[in-house]
Design a protein around this ligand. Sequence first.
Ligand code: PXL
Length: 278
Amino acid sequence: MKYPSRVITIAGSAAGGSAGIQADLKTFQELDVYGMSVVTAIVARHPETDKNVHPQTIEAIEAQFATAVKQVGVDAVKTGMLFSKEVIDKTAEIIAGSTVESVVIDPVMVGKLDSKLLEDDAIEALKTRLLPMATVITPNMPEASFLLDGRQINSVADLKQAAIDLHQLGPKYVLVKGGRLEGPAVDVLYDGETLTAFQAPRIDTVNTSGAGCSYSAAITAYIAKGYSVLEAVQSAKSFVTTAIEYGFSYTEMVGPTYHAASRKNGEAHKIILSEERV
Ligand code: PXL
């Protein structure tokens, strides 16, 4: 038997199970890769103190990555919530010191439930230390805007220009996600030469907690399985669109996407591609 590819997420633990490490591991399992994790912080709101982010120590972060490398080995890595400059520096150092070939960076900044997932003084470290090491970066519109010094992004044309400009920071591929636009759900991928737009139907739901985490986790899983970046994005978008379609909530709060939806329903959303050379 060929063993599954080995994938690790370096991210925050979302106690509610919809986002962060939990979304990543559910996605890895659905796509049949071997999932591992480095927890950078625990996100869980204390009912009395209101404290929501509980960072882990640099030592604990290093220990988790070292354990995964020694016990199992790592084919691909994804990063999510890193929270502080210190964690970003350490993450860059441990990835650079490893043999991992594929690196997906989701530049997580703010959660749907209004938690601040990246400190203000960490953005520069993200730009200069981590993004240049990436195979793919996956900013949503607010994140792309932050990384481009506050520039407005309001259209597919803006997504394309943002992808071209973010490519200057050094990643091999930039995927800017247009989830917050109206109309079809369009994301734009740029590799330094060609812009590719990926289009899926817009799904009318509020239950999208962890959709971005799951999307980047799925991209990482497909790359680890040997797909090209373009194929990985296409397959991951189909997976996450189905997960969003079957999103639900147990309470009055914004609920999770349904990671098992593609498997249970044998369903895949068709993603329309269009290419343009720049
Ligand atoms: O969806 C972004 C996100 C990422 N990582 C963690 C989170 C969230 C949103 O709440 O909690 C740990």
